[in-house]
Design a protein around this ligand. Structure first.
Ligand SMILES: O=C(O)CCC(=O)C(=O)O
Ligand SMILES: [Fe+2]
Length: 517
């Protein structure tokens, strides 16, 4: 479905969007040139009429001096003005229709909502100030791009819609600052009037919601100063003034609870949180034990946590393999889905903003090799694993905190039930800023490094789900985050990772946990 492109959920379609923008600008240019031709012809028409007028006047003839004059006048008035009307009404070329036809392909309101929500989440997660963000200063890094006043205004509006008054106010103020920095005029100013008026108007709306009518009135008044002829605004102002006089101002609407907000923003995505002591002593080893082949080519393995077992495998994907995988995925990406807890069906959800595509393990030489390598490095049977999933995150893209396991412990051991004993995440790209994988129960944040694999067990040694295996795909601040996931099934790994009561007899294990002995 064309209308379901979900532009904000990946960066790959943004290039198409730029192309469409360029194309539409050309279309507008064509329209403008046809329109000026039309205007020229109209002007010529007016000129002709004026000449006739002059002639009539200079010859000082009366309209009744000749039957032709009267006839001409009547014919002119009856037919020519109709002709003008037709001419004025006739569309100028096909450009308006072309633009109309393109509208369904352009980002929709949901795309904007996704993008604005992405900005808000980024701001909340990394504790950024809106004024810094608008200036292009993101988590201590200054970029040479910034937000325009209209962008700040739009984010402010989005926050007002979501009852976040304080944050909205800060974005409106950032809008004024952005406006002071701006040199070129934006289209909005051409088509809708001065941006300053729009910003003050929004500030007024906000103050009304907050229950500060006097302050709102002040804001509307200032807005009016910037657009004297805005009738609608004037009515809004008058209405509010009446309401204040008659004490009938609407009740304030309370800001959405901050605690709810905090719950949805993982606190340590920045990686600057304190890692617990027992996790700081961990180490790096060469794994040459899970497969005889590794004696020749051991895999550099970093142990991040013992319980649950979390490791980073180095040099698992070459540049060439990464490029190939990304290029075959680009055209096939669709908005990512998550498994619904109740019906186990895959669905698009607001908690996962990315695009992805599934590839069978045997799809290409690259997927076959990666699967083999992963099997060697983990000691697990890749014949018992789910297909690869290639994922791309857009700016602000994220995956809210979740567990990968599908069933609750009491349901997992039923007949025929297969669950995800382990997760492997191949990082295909570095992400310049943000986009880490964070474990809230461990306070570990792993930042994507092209070619590495993050691997962890979702279940403990007795087969129960490990609560601390919960993880988060942190919001991307800058860059295009490409990862490939592969979930490994529990059924079929019984001899490689048998259930044991404690870690004491791990020497019988065949999987990578052997490294712990
Ligand atoms: O992208 C990430 O960092 C996490 C991805 C993830 O949790 C998943 O795909 O299940
Ligand atoms: Fe996950």
């Amino acid at each position: 479905d064309i209308s379901e492109k979900r532009y904000s959920r990946s960066v790959v379609n943004l290039v198409d969007l730029l192309r469409t923008d360029y194309d539409l600008a050309l279309n507008l240019e064509k329209y403008a040139s046809l329109l000026s031709k039309k205007a020229k012809l109209i002007r010529r028409g007016i000129h002709q009429m004026q000449e006739m007028d002059q002639k009539d006047k200079s010859e000082s003839t009366n309209i009744w001096d000749s039957p032709f004059n009267a006839f001409s006048l009547i014919r002119h008035m009856q037919a020519d003005w109709l002709m003008w009307l037709h001419y004025l009404e006739k569309p100028v070329g096909q450009e308006v229709a072309y633009l109309e036809g393109k509208i369904p392909d352009l980002p929709h309101e949901v795309d904007f909502e996704d993008a604005a929500e992405g900005m808000r989440r980024m701001q909340g997660t990394y504790e950024l100030l809106s004024s810094d963000m608008a200036k292009g200063l993101l988590d201590g890094v200054q970029y040479n791009s910034s937000l325009a006043a209209v962008d700040c205004l739009a984010i402010g509006q989005h926050l007002i819609n979501n009852m976040r008054w304080k944050a909205a106010e800060q974005w409106i103020i950032s809008g004024f600052e952005a406006h002071a920095r701006e040199v070129p005029q934006t289209e909005m100013q051409l088509l809708k009037g001065p941006i300053k008026s729009e910003l003050y108007k929004k500030l007024g709306d906000l103050r009304v919601q907050e229950g500060k009518p006097e302050k709102a009135l002040e804001a509307y008044q200032t807005a009016l100063r910037y657009s004297l002829h805005d009738v609608e605004l004037y009515h809004q102002y008058q209405n509010l003034e009446d309401q204040i006089h008659t004490l009938s101002v609407a009740e304030p609407i309370e800001e959405l609870d901050d605690e709810y907000e905090q719950m949805h923003l993982p606190p340590c995505c920045s990686g600057r949180c304190k890692v617990p002591r027992h996790l700081r002593k961990l180490y790096c080893v060469y794994n040459h034990v899970t497969n005889p082949f590794l004696r020749l080519a051991p895999i550099k393995t970093e142990i991040l946590s013992v319980d649950p077992f979390v490791i980073i495998l180095h040099d698992m994907v070459s540049k060439k393999e990464s490029t190939l995988l990304r290029s075959i995925s680009k055209e096939a990406l669709e908005p990512s889905e998550t498994v619904n807890a109740e019906n186990k069906k895959y669905m698009v959800d607001r908690n996962r903003l990315s695009k992805s595509v599934w590839f069978e393990t045997n799809k290409t030489e690259v997927t076959k090799i990666l699967s083999k390598r992963l099997g060697d490095a983990t000691g697990l049977d890749m014949n018992r694993s789910e297909p690869f999933q290639v994922i791309n995150y857009g700016i602000g893209g994220f995956f809210g905190s979740h567990w990968d396991a599908l069933y609750l412990n009491e349901h997992r051991f039923g007949v025929g039930i297969i669950d995800r004993i382990a997760t492997s995440l191949f990082y295909l790209t570095d992400v310049p800023q943000g986009g880490g994988t964070y474990f809230p129960g461990l306070n570990i944040t792993v930042f994507p490094r092209a070619g590495t694999v993050l691997f962890w067990y979702n279940f403990d040694m007795t087969g129960d789900e490990h609560l601390r295996s919960m993880h988060t795909g942190c919001p991307v601040i800058v860059g295009s985050k490409w990862v490939v996931s592969k979930w490994i099934e529990d059924k079929g790994q019984e001899f490689r990772r048998p259930c044991v009561n404690s870690g004491s007899n791990t020497k019988y294990l065949l999987s990578v946990e052997k490294l712990l002995i």
